[in-house]
Design a protein around this ligand. Structure first.
Ligand code: NDP
Length: 281
């Protein structure tokens, strides 16, 4: 029987644990952890993601604030806002919601976030720590995926893992985190030749391309575990990168879309926030 890796249920369970940990932190530190989100423009998907993060922060007892900037604001305005948050001793975590408007250089903005407030784990310092295997904040989506895989006892050591998608947000940090766990990792992208063949070699497949139902069940090796990160709204509803039809017959474990990776990303963000607060000097 194929296992459904239920990210929604696991995130709920971890939420309860995190709530207790936040309570314990508050009573010892005599302060409340605080997450600040910088939201530029009015992208509806970003609005929804931020709303979700804020709501969940409230549920676990983490204070949160959203700093809104106009879509046409200058890059300097965003950098100044980040600087102000870097300086604010009440702020533990700074998250700049991506994507940013095209006129703003996202790499520059992310690099401006102080390493000890980098709740998304995406600054050059955090990613450098990841490459060197130094402890630090890890990016939320890969962290959530690893938590989910560990919960369902999916073996990683020595396994052939194929990641489709090489973004700095998901694919690249995921590859590094799986190397830390002794998996053999292959990363595919839009120029990969014979994608179906490479996908067919995977013991564990992680897809993050944002192309609805692009990966076909017939490509998969029998018994593979599949993590579908992609999420796209289509006329028939939200779908992942992997065509869900007929997948149960092929896989030993898989994540649903929605209700798989998404809730694990949010809980990882809040876990990162508490960890940053706890490490504050
Ligand atoms: P990006 O657009 O930054 O990267 C997409 C990657 O997919 C690129 O590396 C691109 O290759 C590759 N790609 C695109 N089309 C193909 C193809 N046909 N074959 C092979 N590779 C392809 O996306 P993100 O990593 O930010 O996000 C990917 C998906 O995951 C999106 O649907 C997003 O919404 C979702 N997501 C979900 C999260 C969650 O919490 N559930 C969190 C983050 C993302 P190349 O580099 O060659 O262009």
């Amino acid at each position: 029987m194929a296992i459904l890796m239920d990210g929604k249920a696991l995130a709920e369970q971890r939420r309860a644990e995190l709530k207790n940990a936040v309570e314990a932190y508050k009573s010892t530190a005599q302060r409340t952890p605080c997450l600040n989100v910088v939201l530029v423009g009015e992208d509806s998907a970003s609005e929804l993601y931020v709303k979700n993060k804020i709501k969940m922060a409230e549920v676990v007892g983490i204070q949160s604030k959203v700093e809104r900037l106009h879509a046409e604001c200058a890059q300097e305005d965003v950098l100044q806002r980040v600087d102000a948050l870097n300086e604010d001793p009440c702020v533990d975590g700074i998250l700049v919601q991506l994507p940013l408007p095209k006129a703003i250089n996202a790499d520059k903005v992310i690099a401006q976030i102080a390493a000890d407030k980098d709740v998304d784990g995406l600054t050059p310092v955090s990613l450098g720590n990841l490459i060197r295997g130094i402890d630090g904040v890890r990016p939320c989506t890969p962290r959530g995926i690893l938590t989910l895989l560990d919960h369902y006892e999916i073996a990683l050591e020595g396994k052939e893992v194929v990641i489709v998608g090489r973004s700095s947000l998901v694919g690249k940090p995921m590859a590094l985190m799986l190397l830390e766990r002794d998996a053999t990792v292959k990363v595919c992208h839009s120029r990969t030749q014979d994608l179906a063949e490479v996908v067919g070699e995977a013991d564990l497949l992680i897809c993050a391309i944002g192309q609805p139902e692009f990966i076909r069940p017939e490509w998969l090796k029998k018994g593979v575990s599949v993590v579908d990160v992609g999420i796209t709204k289509t006329p028939k509803g939200w779908v992942g990168d992997v065509c869900a039809e007929g997948i149960r017959e092929k896989v030993s474990a898989w994540t649903p879309v929605p209700g798989g990776v998404g809730p694990m990303t949010v809980i990882s963000l809040l876990e990162n926030t508490l960890e940053l607060a706890a490490h504050k000097k």
